[in-house]
Design a binder for this molecule. Structure first.
Ligand SMILES: Cc1ncc(COP(=O)(O)O)c(C=O)c1O
Length: 343
């Protein structure tokens, strides 16, 4: 996001920087409880604090290490495409066979333009299912019943639900955010990943959290981490996560209001190119056929969008706009995108 983050985080960092020692932090029970309270307040679900793993790296690394911890898989890993590409990339890096199954596109239904390909995933007999939920790049929330079906399809392998955009559910989304841990009742084969990175614009800080109901998997993940010299708790990650979750909620409410306003401007301006109306986050998935390629837009109109190719095979011909911008900058971007020639 090209927006300032919560002031409480900078304040907490300044205070901590005044302390003379930085050696060997460990995960604190109070931080697991803070996460559990966040889930109760924001998502109405009871998460036992012992399920919370506080990880000193980003969600992409968490996926990679989960793949290590879950080996051997009984079948290929399945990623639903388009996705932010970190999921399929982690599988390839781990040498795990991966199948990218495209979302089902129903262009006539603007509200539910994309659906999860439940049949296509089951047909692959996956050893693990990796889901971006809400989906990056479309900003769509998946129905609770579909997430339950995926958890059953993946069993006894894992359903990894990457929910790093989930706390950015739009207040007018009209449906609850189906948090996997809630809708699957804490099934032992469902792992949720989340972080304060997207929610509070803190992605430069190596930190995320995993909700892991299965104690054996928690132990295995901790062992894999130890093999890389990593352990739960990290000075910087713990500090910013604590400040954001404990003191950032008012800031988040303001942000969500701004995102809804920005979404409305962007969808109105880009009209027929909009492939899905986002229910969460700050991303707009666009049909590039009437707009041009990423390179053309960058060089001729000086607006940088992400190329659909980055999101897997199903992204071909598409573009992704990030609308988390100050209003004047968003207006400029939309004007440049919609005018016939370079200004
Ligand atoms: C769905 C999803 N998961 C994980 C990540 C990685 O998050 P970070 O860049 O905060 O490490 C991203 C980043 O774009 C994402 O969109």
């Amino acid at each position: 996001m090209d927006l300032p983050g919560p002031p409480a985080v900078g304040a907490a960092l300044r205070v901590r920087a005044g302390h003379p020692a930085f050696g060997y932090p460990v995960a604190e029970e109070a931080d697991r409880v803070l996460v559990a309270r966040w889930y109760r307040r924001r998502h109405g679900v009871e998460v036992p604090p012992e399920w919370v793993m506080l990880l000193p790296f980003g969600p992409g690394t968490a996926v990679r290490l989960l793949l290590e911890a879950a080996r051997p898989l009984s079948g290929p890993a399945v990623c639903v495409t388009p996705e932010w590409n970190g999921l399929a990339r982690a599988c390839r890096a781990a040498g795990v066979p991966v199948r990218e199954v495209p979302l089902v596109h129903a262009p006539d239904q603007r509200e539910n333009a994309f659906r999860l390909p439940l049949g296509g995933i089951a047909a692959v007999r996956p050893g693990m299912v990796l889901l971006s939920s809400p989906n990056n790049p479309t900003g769509l929330l998946w129905p609770a019943g579909d997430i339950r079906a995926l958890a059953r399809t993946a069993a006894p392998g894992l359903l990894v639900s990457d929910e790093v955009h989930g706390d950015l559910r739009h207040p007018d989304a009209g449906v609850p955010h189906p948090v996997a841990v809630a809708v699957t009742d804490g099934a032992p084969n469902v792992v949720t990943l989340n972080s304060v990175g997207k929610t509070f614009n803190l992605s430069g800080v190596p930190s995320c959290l995993a909700l892991v109901p299965d104690p054996a998997l928690r132990a295995r993940l901790a062992e894999v981490m130890a093999g890389f010299g990593l352990w739960e708790g990290g000075l910087l990650g713990a500090l910013v996560q604590r400040a954001a979750l404990a003191e950032g909620e008012e800031w988040l409410a303001g942000l969500l209001t701004r995102l809804v306003t920005a979404r409305e401007s962007a969808t109105a301006a880009l009209g027929g190119a909009v492939l899905a109306r986002p229910q969460a986050s700050f991303l707009l998935w666009l049909d590039g056929s009437g707009l041009g390629t990423r390179e053309e837009l960058l060089t001729q109109r000086h607006v940088e969008l992400a190329s659909g190719f980055d999101f897997g095979p199903a992204g071909s011909g598409c573009l992704r706009l990030n609308f988390a911008l100050p209003p004047d900058r968003l207006r400029t971007a939309l004007t440049r995108l919609t005018c016939a020639t370079t200004s």
